[in-house]
Ligand binder design. Sequence first.
Ligand code: URA
Length: 439
Amino acid sequence: MAFPQHIIARKRDGHALTREEIGAFVRGAADGSWADYQLSAMLMAIVWRGMTPQETAHYTEAMMHSGVVADLASIVQPKADKHSTGGVGDKISLHLAPMIAACGVVVPMISGRGLGHTGGTLDKLESIPGFNVNLSLAAYRAQLENIGLALIGQTADLAPADKKLYALRDVTATVESIPLICGSILSKKLAEGIDVLVLDVKFGRGAFMKDQVKARELARALVSVATAMGKPTRAVLTAMDEPLGRTVGNALEVGESIECLRGEGPADVMDVTYTLGEQMLLLTKVVTTKAEARAQLEASIASGAALDKFREMIVAQGGDARVVDDGWRLPRARLLFELRATRAGFVTDVDALGVALAALRLGAGRAKAADAVDHAVGVSGLVKIGERVAAGSVLGVIHANDEGALSEAQGMLAKSVSVSDTQTEAPQLIEEIVGEGAG
Ligand code: URA
C-alpha cells in the first residue's frame, strides 16, 4: 500500500491518480488516517495539477461512498433535486421544491447553510418558527413517502469526507478547483437518493465563481461527471450581478418565496424558477416539452397546490405554517431605514456583492461557520436594474437590530445602488443550459 506522501508526490508531479490512490486519499479524510497536513498538501497539488475527467469521477464516487447513500427505492415516483452554487437573494429552492412536488415529482433536498456573502436555504427555513431541518435519514425518507417533499440539512453520515475536506479547503486557499468543487457538490447531491439533478451554476459579482468562462467549465464538468454516474443532469448558467428579487435576508426571503407561490413573485425570480423547474420536469420525463412543463408549473401556483405543499412541509417539519397567511409571524427587525433616491432617473446598477455585504454586516449571514445568524435582518423593497425612479422614492429598506450595523449598512447599500439618466435594460439572467439536447 502506498504511503500518503507517495500519492501526494505523484499528484505533485502531474500524474493522473488511480482509482485506488484517490480512494486512499478520500478514506484518509473520512477516517482520520491521513494527517491534516497531508490532506492539505494533496488538495494544493490538485489545485495546481488538476484532475482528468476520469480522476474527477473516481474522486466524486469515493466522496459519495465515504458515507451512507440514501436508498429511496421504496418511492416509486420520479425524484428530482435542484442545487444552486450560491447567490444573493437566491430563495428559489424554497418555492420551487413545493411547485415540483405539486407536479407529482418527489423532491429530496439536502441543503447547506450560508457562508460568507451567499445565503443558505437552511438559514432561510429556520426563520420559520419551529422549523426543524435536522431530520434523520429515516425521518427524511418517511416524509418523502408521505408528502413528496423534504428540505433538510446534511446529516453526519452523509459524505463525511467532504465535511473534512471542505473545512480544510476553506482555510488553505484550495476552494477554487473545478474537480474539487465537482466532487464536493455532487458527492452530497448524489447521496440524497435522487434520479435526476438540475444545477443552477451562477457567475458574476455576487457568485462565488465570478468568471463566466470558469462557471461554464464547472457546469460542464458537473453535468458530465453526474451523467457518467448514471444521474441525468443539466446545469443552467445564470448571471448573478444583481440580487435575485427584491429581498436579501432570511425571513424576508421566505416572505418573498411565499409571494412567488401566490403568483406575485418578481419577474427575475420567476424567470429562473421556471427555467430550473422546466428542466427538472423534462429530465424526470413527466413531460416531454418545455411548454408542457411550464403549464404544469404555472398550474401548481394558480391552483394553490404548490402553496399547500409548502404548508404541508412546514407542518411535517414542526414549523408554524401560519406564517404563510400571516407574515407578521416571521421574525421582524426592530429598526427600519428607507434608502431614498437623491435624484430622478433609471436604476443602472444594484451590486449584488455590495448588498450581500451590507446584509452580512447586519447579521443576516455568517463570516465563520460557527457564527449565529439573525433571521430578521436584511434588505427588502430593492429596486431592479432598468426601473425608473423619482427623486425621493425608496430604493431599498434596511431591517436591522443594531444601531451601529444599521448606520454602516446604510452607506454600504447607498454605494451599491446607482441611478443615472441612462436608460438600462433589465439584465438577461439565463445564459445557457448545459446538457440540454444531449439526449
Ligand atoms: N459548494 C460546495 O458544496 N462545495 C464546493 O466545493 C463549493 C461550493
